[in-house]
Ligand binder design. Structure first.
Ligand SMILES: Nc1nc2c(c(=O)[nH]1)N[C@H]1C(S)=C(S)[C@@H](COP(=O)(O)O)O[C@H]1N2
Ligand SMILES: [Mo]
Length: 398
């Protein structure tokens, strides 16, 4: 039996163990969904690269990290998570289109064929794993024994590599199916007509299918993207962090209680600053007496949610100039929090110099709430939320 549909890749001697009647199991459908899928993966990869470099920059990059545009990370990470969500319906559609190929017989008929099938197995499993891990991270369910970021990052490279390989191997099929099929040179009038009708109906079915997939992507996007596109917030049904939920108009990722901070422990809080000229400590009243500056900056969480807010407090560079810092120096900021990955943060010279980088004492016109980092927190432009350290206790020049 010469098989039409997904097995119709021009590989001779191949057949399917079962008959799949739906004509949408066709390389053209796979190609059309694949275009969007490929675009989504590339967007996720590039924005993931940005996120990785902003969070853990290699030493040589630290002095060059850009602090503008202030909303840069808000946009790239919002895109990262939105594109990742869109991958869910796209992946399902693609897998449905090509799943009959699981029943190719014989399963392997040449070395090249074996390699091709193995690369697809890697591609499919890594793509599913990456999307699943991302979703689990968004709902803060760390059901694995390894660090999320390192594994998500490493698998991202595997995914892009497997995708490149896949596109290369499938290039002839992709090229042949990129455009709407035109019937081949007619032999007889009647034949052409029948052929055209068949092709047209098939292409119409395909359009309907793709429209459905597009609608699914649209729905997923609309019910989640409000977490970073504030005007769409009312439509937000699925995002775990609604921009309006959380004190002072800003969501809270980790509460003070979760971080083990209570007001009693803050009774004799002093900010400790140490630099090349020595060290000093400031009470909250003393900090409040220093010149205060205001900045409109977003908190942009790696999980995709972001909100802009009005912050005010003391410019970080003013404190550091007083403590003494070499040109191009970096600082370490330590939170009162005793455990957790985000209690210690390092910051390079571009952020330190920036007049919008504050040790914030106030948020949206009121004293910081305990959950937002009272007595003092860091807020800096174009920075991942995980680096906007709350409950700051010590600042050390490195
Ligand atoms: N000390 C400390 N600072 C922290 C965190 C934390 O867990 N501990 N969470 C970070 C994360 S992941 C984000 S997104 C922002 C959220 O700030 P918010 O709770 O004020 O919205 O705080 C950051 N600062
Ligand atoms: Mo975050």
């Amino acid at each position: 039996m010469r098989v039409r549909g997904p097995a119709g890749t021009g590989v001779s001697g191949e057949r399917l163990l079962f008959r799949f009647r739906n004509r949408l199991h066709h390389p053209r459908t796979a190609t059309m969904v694949g275009r969007w899928l490929g675009l989504g993966v590339v967007v996720c990869f590039l924005t993931g690269l940005v996120s990785h470099l902003l969070q853990t920059p290699p030493g040589w990059l630290v002095p060059h990290l850009p602090t503008r545009p202030v909303w840069g990370y808000r946009v790239t990470q919002g895109l990262h998570v939105a594109a990742g969500m869109a991958l869910v319906p796209l992946l399902l559609a693609k897998l449905w289109t090509v799943y009959p190929r699981l029943w190719v017989w014989p399963p392997v008929h040449s070395v090249r064929h074996a390699l091709e099938r193995m690369s697809i197995a890697v591609l499919v499993s890594v793509a599913l794993l990456e999307v699943l891990m991302g979703l689990m991270n968004v709902v803060q369910w760390y059901g694995w024994p390894f660090g999320f970021r390192d594994v998500h990052w490493a698998l991202g490279w595997v995914l892009v590599g497997a995708l490149l390989l896949h596109v290369t191997v499938k290039a002839p099929v992709i090229v042949a199916n990129w455009r709407r099929p035109r019937p081949a040179a007619p032999e007889a009038e009647a034949d052409t007509e029948r052929a055209e009708h068949g092709e047209d109906a098939e292409e119409r079915d395909r359009r309907a299918f793709l429209l459905g997939v597009g609608a699914a992507v649209g729905v997923v996007t609309v019910v989640t993207v409000g977490q970073s596109v504030t005007p769409l917030a009312p439509a937000t049904l699925l995002a775990p962090r609604h921009p309006d939920h959380g004190g002072q108009g800003v969501p809270v990722n980790r509460t003070a209680a979760q971080a083990g901070i209570d007001r009693a422990a803050l009774a004799d809080w002093r900010l400790q600053v140490s630099g090349t000229r020595g060290s000093f400590a400031l009470s909250l009243a003393e900090l409040g007496a220093l010149p205060q500056h205001e900045a409109e900056l977003p908190i942009a969480c790696v999980e995709g949610w972001s909100v802009s807010a009005r912050w005010s407090g003391v410019r970080l560079r003013v404190l550091l100039e007083r403590a003494g810092i070499a040109d191009g120096g970096s600082v370490r900021v330590v939170s009162l929090q005793e455990r957790g990955a985000w209690r210690v943060m390092e910051m390079g010279p571009t952020y330190i110099r920036d007049p919008l980088t504050l040790l914030a004492l106030r948020l949206n016109g009121a004293t910081l709430s305990l959950d937002h980092g009272f007595p003092a927190r860091i807020i800096a432009p174009n920075r991942p939320g995980v680096r906007q350290t709350k409950w700051v206790h010590r600042i050390e020049v490195l």
